[in-house]
Design a protein around this ligand. Structure first.
Ligand SMILES: [Zn+2]
Length: 282
């Protein structure tokens, strides 16, 4: 009897063991939890005050992912260390580049694509579909739970898209320029019919020389831009100087999807659209 009890207990414990998932971006952590609920244990490898474009996981951080079934990355070049990472994790750990299959959006005036795909809820929904398939393949016994999680997540993202369309449609046609530090909002602008102007390049690599700065100031004056949007994690002096010279404000957005105050995707996306519509809406 005791043996039977222990056997039953053993089976139910084995069934109850959640699938371990490691994540290289807080938004992917949130997405995996939304889809997996109690059937997943998600380990966030991105440090609390990390810089997305400077981060490389240390051996200690990778140690936390050692027995993970899935390791989630953004893809699209966000993690340049990914090739090396494949050699550092177990063969059983499958690396999923969640955003890889999403459409590319080019940064105007450059040959580069904007890697910041998470800045539209539609992309988040499509990425969640990719994650759903990977999770269902890794743990088919929980396929229905993951599917239910995905359905709710997709509905939430659709609602955010509708809210954004409504709010941003009120911005006048001649005010639809989104001037940012680094080129992080091109997916967002393509989705919501705005024109992105990035001052610092794709990953804040451009520091700007005086001639470029003068041309930029002329362009921004001609376009009558009314705000320079900075990133919550970084407001470079260069952007402050430009805003002061144009006598316009700066306003912070969550561009890298990094949320030091641990806000949800919904919170940071609503912050972004509210801030943009407040400053461009007139
Ligand atoms: Zn960025």
């Amino acid at each position: 009897m005791l043996c039977l009890l222990l056997l039953t207990l053993g089976i139910s414990l084995a069934q109850a063991a959640p699938m371990k998932i490691a994540s290289l971006h807080p938004l992917l952590t949130e997405m995996a939890i939304a889809l997996g609920g109690e059937q997943v244990e998600v380990v966030n490898l991105f440090p609390e005050k990390g810089d997305l474009h400077a981060f490389t996981p240390t051996m200690r951080e990778l140690g936390a992912a050692a027995d993970a079934r899935l390791l989630l990355a953004c893809g699209k070049g966000v993690e340049p260390y990914l090739t090396d990472l494949r050699d550092s994790v177990r063969a059983e750990t499958q690396i999923i580049e969640v955003g890889t299959s999403l459409p590319n959006v080019q940064v105007p005036g450059t040959p580069y694509n904007d890697p910041h795909w998470w800045n539209t809820p539609e992309n988040m929904k499509r990425a969640a579909r990719t994650l759903l398939v990977a999770m269902q393949q890794a743990a088919p016994e929980h396929a229905q739970t993951f599917n239910n999680g995905y359905a709710q997540y997709a509905a939430d993202m659709n609602k955010l898209t509708r809210t954004a369309r409504l709010k941003l449609s009120r911005i006048p046609r001649d005010a639809r320029y989104l001037v940012t530090g680094h080129a992080a909002m091109c997916h967002f602008c393509a989705a919501f019919n705005l024109t992105p102007i990035a001052i610092q390049g794709v990953a804040r690599e451009s520091q700007g020389d005086p001639a470029t700065l003068a041309a930029l100031l002329t362009e921004l004056r001609q376009k009558k831009v009314s705000c320079i949007f900075t990133d919550v994690s970084s407001t470079p002096r260069e952007l402050q100087v430009i805003a002061e010279q144009l006598n316009i404000p700066t306003a912070p957005l969550f561009m890298d999807g990094i949320n030091p105050s641990a806000q949800s995707y919904k919170d940071i996306f609503l912050h972004n659209i509210n801030t943009i519509s407040k400053h461009l809406g007139k």
